[in-house]
Design a protein around this ligand. Sequence first.
Ligand SMILES: Cc1ncc(C[n+]2csc(CCOP(=O)(O)OP(=O)(O)O)c2C)c(N)n1
Length: 562
Amino acid sequence: MALNITGRKLFVKALKEEGVDTIFAYPGGMITDIVDELYKTEGIRVVLGRHEQALVHEAEGYARATGKTAVVLVTSGPGATNTITGIADAYYDSIPMVIFTGQVPLHLIGNDAFQEVDIVGMTRSITKFGVTVRNREDMGKLIKMGFQVASTGKPGPVLIDIPKDIQVTSGSPEYPDHVDIRGYHPNENVHIGQLKKAYRLLKNAKRPLILAGGGVRIAGAQKNLLEFATKMNIPVTTTIMGKGVMPEDSPLYIGNCGMHGRFAANKAVTECDVLFSIGTRFNDRITGELDEFAPKAQIVHVDIASASISRNVVVDVPVTADAKIALERLCEYAEAMDTKKWLCELKAWEKEHPLTMPKSKVGVCPQTICEGINEVFPKANIVTDVGQHQMWATQFIKLNEGQEFITSGGLGTMGFGFPAAIGASIGNPKKDVVLVTGDGGFQMNMQEMATAMTIGVSVVICLFNNSTLGMVRQMQQLFYGKRYEITDLSAEDGSYYPDFLKWAEGYQCKAIRVTDADGVVPALKEAKKNKGITLIDFIVSPDDLVLPMVKSGTPLGDMILK
Ligand SMILES: Cc1ncc(C[n+]2csc(CCOP(=O)(O)OP(=O)(O)O)c2C)c(N)n1
């Protein structure tokens, strides 16, 4: 029999057996033993962030760029609570992740001990699975369960809380290959009868439409989607999480739909007679007023999680299946449909209201920046923060095959972008990473510049600096009589803090300010030459709007166009 080993040694063994080569960590009293064990370990890179929230976003960026399960390690109490926003973000966007938290020793749990919080309880509704290891002998099994649950079915975050005494207690060295988890049976098959029903419905449609979400990317089904849509001549619209699953240059691709979707795409959802939706959860930003969503359509919904089906939109044909498997099967019998007339209608709508924005009164037009990014970085992974800039990126940045669009879709977390971009670069160092961010969101995790400079990642930060919390200001402009309360980030005399160029100087990173359209492409080209971090401070007008816009709670067809 193999000799017993400590919990801290089993922790490292588990990571190795899971093939983990990078973890995102921040130290503290309740994980010093594990941290010490990592010091002695070869082959696992430990990335130190500057804030635990950012650390989780870094892990998310890594997972989103690589498809791997990301691993986070933080201490108990404030270390653990600081991860909560990131965990929620990962949960809503189905990112595979295992978060390890240190915990006070077992006998102190529940005693108001220093830095003790019930992190498992606090994160119950935003994790797929969470547990405190209370017995050293269960540790291997629980970690295995964590990795299994995080990465299978609809992926998501898992939290494993390890009390300090468990980390130093000796026990079995076994780390299982597989564990059976009672009640957890992710769907691996597809109900062919349901799929055939869906196919028949599509085949008889006059105005069929495919709505593709992030589930298509998670399943790695991009090629299958293209094949299916092309074989059948069916147009495709995407959600924000689905952006990029269909090549933007395909004649069948009509852009994103939803709150800031294209006019033609929202019209298509409103007018279609069969909506084949796959890998999307019908978030309210996609549906607008629920009762008016796709009012003329019969709806098919393919999703890996049966609990997601008919939760928001009651559907006509539910199909519980992995998106790739479903599309592979469908492609076996897919035949061309005559959709010429319908495609012409879509083209006419696109012509009626093409996606474009007026020239800005001051500063650089956001559309021009996005087009510059398309020109100079046609292969980069694109990461965004949350706000107007995010929506402009979804509208104007074109994604080619092999490019990821990494954004906080479900939770809409300001402060996500910069750390996620760092994580994406760590996961895929050969690929250019372009971050599109706002001056509000960037300031929520800008301390990570220290992380980025210290470990030497390469990111181009395109800061859309409109000196305002633009997305909220836009609502004030349109719906609240221009009462700009707490959205202006500048001082009364107009001065602005920080001066991003001077700030960047403190981190010894390259920084460029661009105030007019002519400066866009040269600045991006210079950033491309510079290995490391380049911050481009694009001065943007606070009055620029993201349009079209569907006001929250109104039907998708009612778009504000100017
Ligand atoms: C953590 C967090 N707080 C508040 C919000 C609400 N919110 C959404 S967008 C936005 C403004 C973002 O401003 P900025 O980062 O400057 O980007 P812009 O909209 O100007 O492009 C705010 C306050 C949020 N999404 N996340």
